[in-house]
Design a protein around this ligand. Structure first.
Ligand code: KIV
Ligand code: ZN
Length: 505
């Protein structure tokens, strides 16, 4: 009989804890909506007590998402649990996720508590959580290194106290697959009321075993798996959702497990997350890396042409990678354009189609052949709702033996302003000129990535610029077939994001 495995996505909580991965409210809501289309069961929207911004985003996601449960993390104390409850209570299905560490090393050095104290606190706080919310997940942090007899005792008691999901995290990514299976086997054997709860696994990837450990956990009886898009997360990250789901799907005959995930939404979700964060997965990353379905070697190509299954265990289409078709051109109308986007899985609002169509037409004037990936880039490069600053034009002069000079013309706070600046190169000069416009605000470029969307000399360049302002790191994105322009647009996009963040707080 098939087992239905619940997918608990923690991209917006554990994933966001990774350095350089913080997101603003609009970005988190966009990701939450995409996770809903992907079909995850639970979205861990944040850690409500950790900051007013986190509280607000858990609350907004709780109000927005209708098809999945929404969870907030809480340490095992009343303040955290109250915040998690307040933030999730408007969700269709709220979950309070209470955790406390159970390993000797964490209890002794981090909590400075005896095992008895930890047990009592866990029981009391699960009872308290249950008085507010029907769905309580309990996590025994560092379960992977906990004494199994103590772990079994805690699990038994928190189930009695009302926990209906028991998560056993390998917090430091230390265990091997067989050890994870043994831990779950032990808990199933030694927790008399375990049938009243779902066992969940949450495996970090420090030794590169996150996905393998999660699958071993599922094979040993876990009914829920916690993971993140693109494997984001602290240090080496969490187990990657897309890999776990595709293992379950591709190896269905062996594992006999199903999920609710619409796998054709995987690629889009991965792209959305990396576009927002500016973190492109390595090209050889399973499932979503640029080379995941590329067959370069002649012998492989020959095999795949003769019979796909020779070297292909899943199709690119099954994860939503469309063939990079040449699409539409100069003479295509809005109807054909929006139909093409629909067939690629984008369901945009009328207003969004309008904006994207205009960009498409502009691109048709500059680029001969337009591919699906150009359309994807157009859709991904959304402008901010409030545009305090807009590019009107620019001019650069650059030589190998002198500083570059750039003049930018911007509309800033409803005034047209033109500024000129020098720089080490044309991009530095253009950013310096923009900085003169927005002064006294100080924006500082921290990192910069450029990618060609397609092949060819007229390819669009997509720039992701991480910009720091007042201790906030903001990711801006810009797209153009002129790479200086993409850079300027990315910088301006980050500045507009900064203003939108202010408006949303
Ligand atoms: O890794 C971990 O232990 C966690 C818990 C808080 C669930 O993220
Ligand atoms: Zn974790």
């Amino acid at each position: 009989m098939d087992r239905r495995i619940k997918i608990f996505d923690t991209t917006l909580r554990d994933g966001e804890q990774a350095p350089g991965c913080s997101m603003n409210l609009i970005e988190k809501i966009e990701i939450a909506k995409q996770l809903e289309s992907l079909g995850v069961d639970v979205i861990e929207a944040g850690f409500a007590i950790s900051s007013p911004g986190d509280f607000e985003s858990v609350k907004e996601i709780s109000k927005t998402v209708k098809k999945c449960a929404v969870s907030s993390l809480a340490r095992a104390n009343i303040k955290d649990i109250d915040a998690a409850y307040e933030a999730t209570k408007e969700a269709v299905h709220p979950v309070i996720h209470i955790f406390i560490a159970t390993s000797d090393i964490h209890m002794k050095y981090k909590l400075k508590k005896t095992p008895e104290e930890v047990l009592t606190q866990a029981i009391e706080m699960v009872k308290y959580g249950k008085s507010l919310c029907d769905d309580i997940e309990f996590s025994a942090e560092d379960a992977g290194r906990s004494d199994l007899a103590f772990l079994a005792k805690v699990v038994t008691e928190v189930i009695k106290a009302g926990a209906n999901t028991i998560n056993l995290p390998d917090t430091v990514g230390y265990r091997t697959p067989i050890e994870i299976a043994e831990m779950i086997g032990y808990i199933k054997k030694n927790v008399p009321n375990i049938d009243q709860a779902i066992i969940s696994v949450h495996c970090h990837n420090d030794l590169g075993l996150g996905v393998a450990n999660s699958i071993a956990g599922i094979e040993a009886g876990a009914g829920q798996v916690e993971c993140t898009i693109n494997g984001l997360g602290e240090r080496a990250g969490n187990a990657a959702l897309e890999e776990i789901v595709m293992v379950l799907k591709t190896r269905y005959k062996r594992l006999q497990c199903i999920t609710n995930v619409d796998t054709t939404q995987i690629y889009r979700t991965s792209k959305l997350v990396y576009n927002i964060l500016g973190m492109i997965p390595p090209i050889n990353k399973p499932i979503v890396g640029a080379n995941a379905f590329a067959h370069e070697a002649g012998i492989h190509q020959h095999g795949v042409l003769a019979e796909k299954s020779t070297y292909e265990i899943m199709t690119p289409e099954s994860v939503g990678v469309t063939k990079n078709n040449m699409v539409l051109g100069k003479h295509s109308g809005k109807h054909a354009f929006s139909d093409r986007l629909k067939s690629m899985g984008y369901n945009l609002a009328e207003q969004e189609i309008e904006v994207a169509f205009k960009k498409f037409k502009d691109l048709c004037d500059k680029k001969k052949e337009i591919y699906d990936s150009d359309l994807e880039a157009i859709v991904a490069n959304k402008e901010q709702e409030i545009k305090k600053i807009e590019l009107l034009g620019f001019e650069v002069h650059t030589r190998s033996d002198a500083s570059s000079i750039c003049s930018v013309k911007l509309r800033y706070q409803n005034k047209e302003i033109e500024k000129v600046s020098l720089g080490y190169g044309p991009i530095d000069a253009s950013f310096n000129a923009i900085n003169k416009v927005v002064s006294p605000l100080v924006f500082k470029l921290e990192s910069y990535i450029i990618n060609a969307v397609t092949d060819g000399v007229d390819a669009q360049g997509e720039v992701v610029a991480k910009v720091k302002v007042q201790d906030k790191m903001i990711t801006g994105r810009g797209l153009s077939s002129n790479i200086i322009e993409s850079s300027i647009r990315a910088y301006i996009n980050a500045i507009n994001k900064y203003f939108n963040m202010g408006v949303n707080k």
